[in-house]
Ligand binder design. Structure first.
Ligand code: PMP
Ligand code: GLU
Length: 398
């Protein structure tokens, strides 16, 4: 047979989901494992959100909706942007999709074709570069290591801009590092893009998960020129413990949003009607559930950071946001752990899984092979036992 398309040949499985699937399989086989792989809240979706979905079902809201989302949900999203982010969006500037991942996919499809470059600060969430590649574009990775708090500088971004740069990705708080940019840092970076007509894709999915008093910042609120340049991406998965419901959204310039909606009308028709009603209830409803979850994550964050640093072979500052610890672990490279020689983050993750039953994600695909990622969006009991297991394995290697 003839070869697959370029995407068909090059696309790789999501490393986060692949590791998550391995852990799930081990669990289903009855093995005791401590799962720090996939970043999804371990909480159940709050009751009032489930009730909204049940009502939608009972009312028979089971047909297709407009391709880019129900008008009521778009109105709720517009109100959220105004209240929480200080940005005025009309419904035609909003596009609802099947999760923020799918939203980003459509956005990159609209922005980045062959010959176009997208600047991605690294470490970065694994799917950005894969999505840019699927769109035919090229990712330009700009690395910020732990020594600079995992935050790129404006000078680094400036050096990466070429006449082929189409978009700049910003993700604050960041997956995998938890880094949160200050408003001034983001302004300095985004100004470089806006002044050159470069789009900014701002992934704000972790905006509510910020600890220690820093504030979330939306570049689209920086001024009218920014509103024309920024595509703000968000969703309900993390904020409301709704990962399985698959609702994400983007707001931005009408041409980008309209075209993304057209693409969706051909690709998937529309997001799930019931999930859209649930998302509407989540966004408009009581937000106490969010504060409660964030408070719980904060405790886990401090505990996990302390445990990792106490082992000496890992080092990380307490992450300022999201729900991941991303410690450096290269002090272990070149050493034997549980009888296995560890040379890189993949080998370390394999050793942790095989010898300690601990699942985490290797830093390589996030653009930082010197690190590994532990999600603390899991119960305290798992964190305690999992950290005990890691400690027992690495003891004596410091
Ligand atoms: N952006 C980032 C940075 C993420 O970590 C994730 C992971 N879920 C997403 C987007 C996508 O989220 P979802 O598709 O569940 O809305
Ligand atoms: N974003 C989460 C993570 O990084 C969920 C998995 C995924 O979509 O990549 O673990």
């Amino acid at each position: 047979m003839k070869p697959l398309s370029e995407t068909g040949r090059l696309v790789a499985d999501s490393p986060t989901l692949a590791m998550g699937a391995r852990l799930k399989k081990l669990k289903s086989e009855g093995k005791t494992v401590y799962d720090f792989t996939v970043g999804q809240p371990d909480f159940d979706t709050p009751e009032h959100i489930k009730q909204a979905a049940i009502e939608a079902l009972k009312k028979g809201e089971t047909g297709y909706t407009p391709a880019a989302g129900m008008p009521d949900l778009k109105k709720a999203i517009a109100a959220k942007f105004k209240k929480e982010n200080g940005i005025d969006y009309s419904p035609d500037q909003i596009f609802v999709s099947n999760g923020a991942k799918h939203t980003l996919y459509h956005v990159f499809q609209m922005l980045a074709g062959p010959g176009d470059e997208v600047i991605i600060p690294a470490p970065y969430w694994v799917s950005y570069s894969e999505q840019v590649q699927m769109a035919g574009g090229t990712s330009v990775l700009v690395k910020a290591g732990s020594e600079q708090g995992f935050r790129v500088t404006a000078a680094q971004i400036e050096a990466a801009i070429t006449n082929r740069t189409k978009a700049l990705l910003v993700n604050s708080p960041s997956n995998p590092t938890g880094a949160v940019y200050t408003e001034q840092e983001l302004r300095d970076i985004c100004e470089l893009a806006v002044s050159r007509g470069i789009y900014i894709v701002s992934d704000e999915i972790y905006e509510h998960f910020i600890y220690g008093g820093q504030k979330a910042v939306s570049p689209a609120a920086f001024g009218p020129a920014y509103k024309d340049a920024v595509i703000t991406v968000n969703g309900v998965s993390k904020t409301y413990a709704m990962t399985g419901w698959r609702i994400g959204y983007a707001a931005g310039p009408v041409n980008v949003i309209r075209q993304a909606g057209f693409a969706q009308s051909n690709a998937t028709g529309c997001p799930c009607s019931i999930s859209q009603r649930a998302a509407q209830a989540a966004i408009l409803g009581d937000q106490t559930c969010v504060a409660n979850m964030v408070a719980e994550f904060d405790k886990r964050r401090i505990y996990m950071t302390e445990r990792l640093n106490a082992m000496k072979v890992f080092s990380c500052d307490p992450p300022a946001g999201a729900f991941y610890c991303f410690p450096r672990c290269d002090a272990l490279y070149g050493k034997r752990i549980g009888g296995v020689m560890v040379e890189n983050s993949t080998a370390l993750c394999e050793a942790l899984l095989d010898k300690a039953g601990v699942g985490c994600v290797q830093g390589g695909p996030f653009g930082a092979d010197e690190c590994i990622r532990f999600s603390y969006a899991t119960g305290m009991e798992t964190i305690r036992k999992g950290m005990d297991a890691v400690e027992a394995l690495v003891k004596g290697t410091a």
